[in-house]
Design a protein around this ligand. Structure first.
Ligand code: NAI
Length: 506
């Protein structure tokens, strides 16, 4: 092993510093671990020695290799001992003045050729390096928790960072098996910026009382394949962590409406209802297990009215086929008969508006989300409008559940649930490409590895169809005049071409 950095200093031996030290030692570097708090670095070294012992016990590591790793990991009692390091990574408290002071001291101790790296997740790399004599030697090296399992690291160039510094950190990350992605120094970098869409839009949907938390979670998991629903995720992360991040990115982007946080999380945070760790969040927890409210049952209906489908419905041919498969009686006349169930399938528009524009009887009109191919989802989502008769709602619910597929009925909002959340995620990602924060390829990698989404946001846009995303955003943003859905120019210009085409730009 001949690592890019032979001798690496880690300052701060908490959760992150410990993980970074493990990676550096495993890359073959000699690691000097320093922490201000007495005993912290020793405890970190002992815990890593135990981790490596477990690997030996599982036959994943040779005992001699473990001995070499433990030998390479050394605790030092003062900063001056870091002088021989050719890289120092900082993972201390997230306060800019403390980090600035630390790097000021380090650059006086280290050789001019040494690289300085900060693991900050929310501060500007440029600002941290502003008072250094050699700001070009500092870059962001942003890991995720837990470091050994989260195999992605953002390499962040501040305004003055020398390219070679980023190149060296990128090469080094590969040496310990992480996937490096390159980011410009902007609020949230890649992962925390791209992650804005999921939670914030879900909170908006909940705030408009389109559906309850559990229903929104079910819909996004079953329709899009997210592993965790947004509310499950926020419960896991805890609102004392995620709400300040939402506020910070919103403020740092000068109140950009796309990132506007929600009063729901502000209030819950104030009340201490922060998530799983306190046993009380969007879900209540018993012995660490969420008590998920049961799904509303499929209504028992004696007869199903004939179904008439709006000529403007998305995927109309597919709806006909689906209705046929479900055994419905289908009306094909120009207008619905007097007792027909009327089906609309809007993209971004609400059922009420469509009923009015198409001059349909709103009391019998129900919407269905057909943004995605029916076969590609595990759940169908229907929307009522305020006038929809309960018998029509129940008939639609029972009809679409006939083949055993899960059905959720939500309130009318325009964009159902998945349409809004996916369009928001894609739009934010497109705007990151517009701003040149990272390459489209790195964006996809960072989001898939860092957020665990089933696919990158641009691939998600391609899956639902970029023109569909644009139509949803146009209707939500332009028709309703809501600036949060203003499409990014990147999406506007390239949407029709397909978003994944652009990956080649990397
Ligand atoms: P932590 O609280 O577990 O550990 C921080 C350690 O730094 C403590 O042991 C503390 O004694 C030590 N420390 C504080 N000031 C110091 C100083 N001036 N000199 C030397 N040691 C000092 O914190 P954690 O979670 O490890 O995070 C550390 C940094 O990593 C923060 O800047 C945070 O923003 C960043 N980060 C954290 C992530 C996370 O999920 N926890 C994810 C990505 C980045």
């Amino acid at each position: 092993m001949n690592p890019t950095f032979q001798t690496v200093g880690i300052v701060g031996a908490g959760a992150m510093g410990r993980g970074i030290a493990q990676m550096a030692a495993q890359a073959g570097s000699t690691v000097f671990l320093f922490d201000l708090q007495p005993g912290a670095a020793d405890a970190a070294r002992q815990s890593l020695a135990d981790t490596w012992q477990k690997l030996v016990d599982k036959n994943k590591l040779e005992a001699t290799q473990r001995a070499a790793l433990v030998e390479r990991l050394r605790v030092v009692g003062d900063l001056a001992s870091l002088a021989p390091c050719d890289l120092v990574v900082e993972a201390i408290v997230e306060r800019i003045e403390v980090k600035q002071k630390l790097f000021g001291e380090l650059e006086c101790l280290l050789a001019d050729s040494a690289v300085l790296a900060t693991n900050t997740s929310s501060l500007s790399v440029t600002a941290i390096g502003a008072s250094l004599k050699r700001p070009g030697r500092l870059a962001g090296f942003h890991f995720f928790n837990p470091v050994p399992l989260m195999r992605v690291v953002e390499v962040i160039a501040g305004l003055k960072t020398e390219i070679v510094v980023c190149q060296q950190l990128t090469a080094y990350a590969r040496e310990f098996g992480h996937t490096p992605v390159s980011a410009q120094d902007t609020p949230g970098f890649i992962v925390n910026h791209a992650g804005r869409g999921y939670g914030t839009e879900a909170l908006r949907v909940a705030g408009e009382r389109v559906a309850d938390f559990a229903t929104i979670d079910r819909i996004l998991k079953d329709q899009m394949g997210f592993r965790l629903g947004p509310f499950e995720l926020m419960d896991l992360t805890a609102l004392d962590v995620s709400h300040p991040v939402m506020e910070s990115i919103y403020r740092q982007y000068y109140d950009e409406p796309r990132y506007r946080p929600s009063v729901i999380t502000a209030q819950r945070l104030a009340g201490g209802v922060v998530g799983k760790k306190v046993g009380d969040g969007f879900y209540a927890y018993e012995n660490g297990v969420a008590k998920v409210p049961p799904e509303p049952p499929v209504p028992d209906v004696s007869s199903t009215p004939p179904v008439w489908v709006s000529p403007k419905a998305a995927r109309r041919a597919e709806i006909y086929q689906l209705l046929k498969n479900l055994g419905a009686s289908i009306e094909t006349a120009q207008m619905p008969s007097a007792n027909a169930l009327i089906l609309v399938a809007p993209l971004g528009l609400d059922v009420t508006t469509l009923a009015a524009v198409e001059r349909l009887d709103p009391t019998r009109t129900v919407g269905i989300d057909m943004m995605l191919e029916d076969a590609a989802t595990k759940r169908r989502v229907l929307a009522t409008n305020p006038a929809t008769r309960p018998d029509m709602r129940d008939a639609a619910h029972a009809l679409f559940a006939r083949d055993g597929k899960a059905v959720s009925v939500v309130k009318d909002s325009g964009g159902f649930v998945t349409q809004r959340v996916v369009a928001t995620i894609v739009n934010i990602a497109a705007d990151m490409c517009q701003q040149g924060i990272c390459s489209p390829k790195d964006l996809e990698i960072a989001v898939t590895l860092g957020l665990g989404y089933p696919m990158g946001p641009l691939a998600m846009g391609d899956k639902v169809g970029p023109t569909n995303v644009l139509e949803i955003l146009f209707n939500m943003g332009t028709v309703y005049g809501d600036p949060r859905y203003r499409p990014s120019p990147w999406l506007r210009r390239r949407g029709a071409l397909g978003l994944s085409l652009m990956h080649e730009e990397a």
